[in-house]
Design a protein around this ligand. Structure first.
Ligand SMILES: NC(=O)c1ccc[n+]([C@@H]2O[C@H](COP(=O)([O-])OP(=O)(O)OC[C@H]3O[C@@H](n4cnc5c(N)ncnc54)[C@H](OP(=O)(O)O)[C@@H]3O)[C@@H](O)[C@H]2O)c1
Length: 494
């Protein structure tokens, strides 16, 4: 039985456990380097198989289909991702393009009712992950960020050892993923327009395992999908390239429990790429946490004070294959315990903070940037909008009864995600004030209104003056025309 969107029904059992669907017909978007790993491991899946591939290059698409199609069932090759998403014969899509295309393509795939595994980082920022999670929740489809290492059995074993307090109370994590490379200026790792640099490429791995271990330290289990925690503080240093991406960066995290972590990443120097956890009774070392050998397996070193050291050997496994098969296991929940939506949201927020701490902002993130809609399509109010509207004397347009407060959107990316979604739901009224961010909120709202060409459609509640600023809102640089004035001390005045 095949599954589209919410139609998961009966169950069956394979060597990887109970599955809710017994066939997953995969489409792959962007058959580049990492897609080859996924495609190769699909060949040995008990539930999944390659059914289609989409590439901007027919030659690349055909070569991929020839190599990874199941015996006797050649995959369809599409010249555009849109055609792939429109194919009713595809159940799930694996998105393996460059970072900057992840949100747009995942949104389109979700809108088409496909289950989605999208390469890490799911989005270049937390705002994009927020849009995707909301879209997947509404569409009732599966969504996972491609942190494949979480699916390897060594991570479940590592978590068990920590949960059973093999090394006592967890105190510190040291984790790195950095490699020495010399990418050409237009390569995705070097080009700021493609969100290059280490933090977004591989920095998410050490951050994600530090958050996982900190979650275990707070008493939550990996198997339940709740083992993560968010740092209460983050300090960082980094080296930016002449092109403006992070060549190397290190961060110190502190969690509410008192657990600390050092994480490092880079694209121009080699680190040891291990994970060490220090506890009150000893330490655990994952020697090869991210890409354990597919032939030799991997080792976890356990050193408990006063006992002889031991090494636990983990047999080789197919982590990309397990990541794909997890769709069949978790299709009803829409997410896997190995990497939940909340976990991806938290990880993205930390990567935002890490980049901010080292002053890394991509050209498409500057305050004045044009930010496209998440799916790249023109913004419009959804057909199922239930928004109610009223009128205000003197304002010649309808006013949504729900008003969006512009007091916490700190970047143009976050502001765009919030304002676009509010508009899709039928909202057109925004409440702002200079005092909320010393003019930042108004500048971001104004930029968004200009980007979307919505000046005549929105209603903006400004403040003539506020207790501390006493600055007339009309002079604050927003391209939005204030439509009404508030009394001095109110924050919303409809
Ligand atoms: N989970 C992992 O182990 C792992 C490992 C490596 C990379 N990744 C992630 O996977 C993604 C792809 O990495 P990769 O090394 O496989 O990349 P890649 O081979 O350089 O490119 C992958 C695909 O992206 C599209 N693409 C390439 N350059 C582009 C550009 N300038 N503009 C728009 N699209 C472009 C191409 O799709 P078309 O064929 O359609 O042209 C290409 O086939 C990245 O987000 C990366 O973080 C994950």
């Amino acid at each position: 039985m095949n599954v589209h969107g919410k139609d998961a029904v009966n169950t069956s059992t394979t060597t990887t456990g109970t599955v809710l669907v017994d066939t997953l017909r995969w489409g792959i978007a962007g058959p580049g380097s990492i897609a080859r790993r996924f495609g190769g491991q699909l060949l040995t899946s008990e539930v999944g198989s390659l059914a289609a591939v989409a590439s901007r290059s027919r030659e690349r698409g055909e070569a991929f289909a020839n190599e990874f199609s199941p015996e006797g069932a050649p995959a369809v090759v599409y010249d555009s991702y849109d055609e792939l998403f429109a194919d009713p014969g595809i159940d799930a899509v694996y998105i393996a393009t460059v970072h900057t295309e992840h949100v747009r393509l995942a949104m389109l795939a979700i809108e088409a009712g496909k289950h989605v595994v999208c390469e890490k980082p799911l989005s270049i920022d937390h705002a994009g992950v927020m849009r995707l999670v909301e879209a997947a929740r509404e569409a009732g489809v599966y969504l996972a960020e491609g942190y494949m290492y979480r699916f390897h059995p060594q991570i479940a074993r590592f978590a068990e050892l920590l949960e059973s307090e093999t090394i006592g109370r967890i105190q510190h994590i040291d984790a790195s993923f950095a490699f020495a490379s010399d990418p050409a200026p237009d390569h995705r790792l070097a080009d700021p327009q493609l969100a290059g640099g280490g933090i977004l490429d591989v920095g998410g791995y050490p951050v994600s395992i530090a958050r996982l271990v900190a979650g275990i330290a707070e008493g939550r289990s990996f198997a339940s999908g709740t083992a993560f925690a968010e740092p209460v503080s983050l300090t960082a240093e980094g080296t930016l390239s002449a092109q403006g991406v992070d060549d190397w960066a290190a961060a110190s995290l502190v969690f509410a429990s008192g657990v600390t972590a050092n994480v490092r990443t880079g694209i121009r120097l080699q680190d040891d790429n291990t994970v060490t956890v220090i506890g009150s009774k000893g330490r655990l070392v994952l020697r090869d946490p991210w890409v354990p050998s597919e032939t030799d397996g991997s080792d976890i070193d356990v050193d408990v004070v006063g006992e002889p050291g031991r090494t636990i050997h983990i047999e080789p496994d197919r982590q990309w294959g397990l990541e794909g098969d997890a769709v069949a296991h978790n299709v009803r929940a829409g997410q896997s315990p190995q990497i939940t939506w909340a976990d991806s949201l938290g990880n993205a927020a930390v990567l935002d903070r890490w980049r901010e701490a080292i002053g890394l902002r991509y050209p498409f993130e500057v305050e004045t940037a044009f930010v496209p809609t998440a799916d790249g399509r023109p913004l419009k109010v959804r057909g199922d909008s239930i928004m109610k509207y009223g009128t205000i004397t003197g304002i010649d347009k309808r006013v949504s009864r729900l008003v969006l407060g512009c007091d916490n959107q700190l970047t143009i990316g976050h502001a765009t995600a919030m304002f676009d979604h509010f508009t899709e739901l039928g909202g057109n009224t925004f409440d702002t004030g200079y005092i909320y961010g010393n003019g930042l909120m108004e500048r971001l709202l104004g930029r968004w209104i200009a980007n979307r060409g919505l000046r005549d459609d929105v209603v903006v509640i400004g403040k003539e003056r506020t207790p501390r600023t006493a600055i007339p809102s009309r002079s604050r640089g927003s391209s939005a025309r204030p439509s009404t004035a508030c009394r001095p001390t109110t924050s919303t005045c409809i």
